[in-house]
Every structure is written in structure tokens, then in C-alpha cells.
Write a protein that binds this ligand. Sequence first.
Ligand code: ZN
Length: 286
Amino acid sequence: MMAKNVVRVGNVEIMALSDGTLEFDLCNFFPTIPNDRWRPYESDLTEEHKVRFNLGSYLIRSDGRTILIDTGLGPKPHDAPDAPWGRLLHDFEAHGVRLDEVDAVVMTHLHRDHVGWNVLPRGETYVPTFPNARYWMSAKDWEVCHQPEIQPERFPNAPTCVWPLAELGLVELMHGEHHITRELTALPTPGHTPGHVSILITSQGERALVLGDVAHSPVQVREPDWVSRADMDPELTRQTRRALVERLEREAILVAAGHFQAPGFGRVVRLDGRRYWRGLGEGAGA
Ligand SMILES: [Zn+2]
């Protein structure tokens, strides 16, 4: 059964949408974690012993505004018609959401699987996929995705998915902690990228956090020191993750985790002295 893809946090509605999934070999995505360390976590892997990541976006309705967090990996390449991703616009349609309803796109960071549907090529130029949106990103990631020694490896699709936003006059930069609406705040959670942010939602005394890539797998709730190839600053990634996971448990904040199994809603809980991820709707001990 599909888990429910809409939750309410006070007056705010969060709808989970997805661009599909991506899979990686463990040795590719977690090159520093020996294979035997995965033994307790077999159930988090695919049958082929790979990690599978949802490409989650969250559509948030807050304070009369419609905000899209992250835009997936983008259109399927013509030479990979069977790619299990490239579905975000279909998911909008399936859930009855029009692209012109989005008035702000907020990117947790500028890696390729979070910016893919920002714009669409049209002839020699680009048009915004979300025609009424301004596009918000951290000033730090905007700067670093232009550094020639970093961009090709770390931000490979920035030239076609991020930079064109400047020519279109749609770029909005966030400096440090940034209030998006009265109920939504972008919190710096650096490490995975220098300017990575998570989005805190506070309404009517309830709270939720759109995690971004502070963790890619529920396993990292239990093993917060496991960094991946995608984490640009390993030690800062660990510090940020440890502190955030601890806070999420202590304050019982609902989490929306875009790379966890869709829809990615859940909580950090403690059982027998260790922290676990519990998906929303899963029973105690799950
Ligand atoms: Zn990602």
C-alpha cells in the first residue's frame, strides 16, 4: 500500500512528490564503509545489494503561497528512455497540481538531483519550468557552483539547470538563516555542500523539517558518521548530521527526507539506547 503523501503541520500542508529513483553500488556511493558493516542493515538495501534513493520534492502550501522544495534530476536523456527517473512533471499532473501554482522554488543545495527541472531548453535559450516562480538558493552554493575547479565534478548540470536562472532574472540568494514565509525558515546545515539548507516549518505549535541531503538513508540515523562520496566536507557533514539528528529526536520534529523511501515522512526515535528512523504510519519497533 502506498503511504499517504500529504501531511499537515498546523496550517501548513506538505505534499511529497517524486522524480523517480536512483540506485548505486555500495562501493560507489559509500566507498569508505566496508561491506561487512552493512550486514545489520540488509533490509535497507535492494535485492541486488544496492542503495536506492527516492528523488523527492516537497510542495508546501504556507501563508497563501505554494513553495516547491527541490526539483529532481530532470528530464530523461534520449539515450536512456527506461531511466527510472524524470517523472516529476507527471507526478504534478497525477496529484492535480499545476506548474503555474508554484510561486517559489527553494533548493536545499545545487547538486544535480535537486535542480534538474528548474528550467527547460527552448531553442537557444531556456524557459522556467515553473513560470510564476522565483528561485531561491544559498549564496554559498551559488558561488561554489561557479568555481571552475569544483563545478564539473560536483555541480555537473549547473550550466544548464542553475546558471540560466540568472539570465532569466529569477535568482534569489539566501544568506545564512532565511525566512521564506512566516512559517518556513531555511536553516544552514552545511557539509554535504557548503551552503546546504534544511527547511524548518513551524505552525500552530507543530513543527517539521525538510531534511535535504543531511542524510541519504535511514541507516545514517543509526550511523551518523557514515559519509558518502557526495558529501563535500566529510567532517562538517558528520557534525551537522549528529547535531541535527539529536535535535530531531529531542524535539520530536516530523521529518520529510527526500532520499528516503517515498514519501519520506517519519521521525527519529530512540529504542534500547539507539536512534532509529520510524516512517510515519509504521508501528513502534518497526
Ligand atoms: Zn541528493
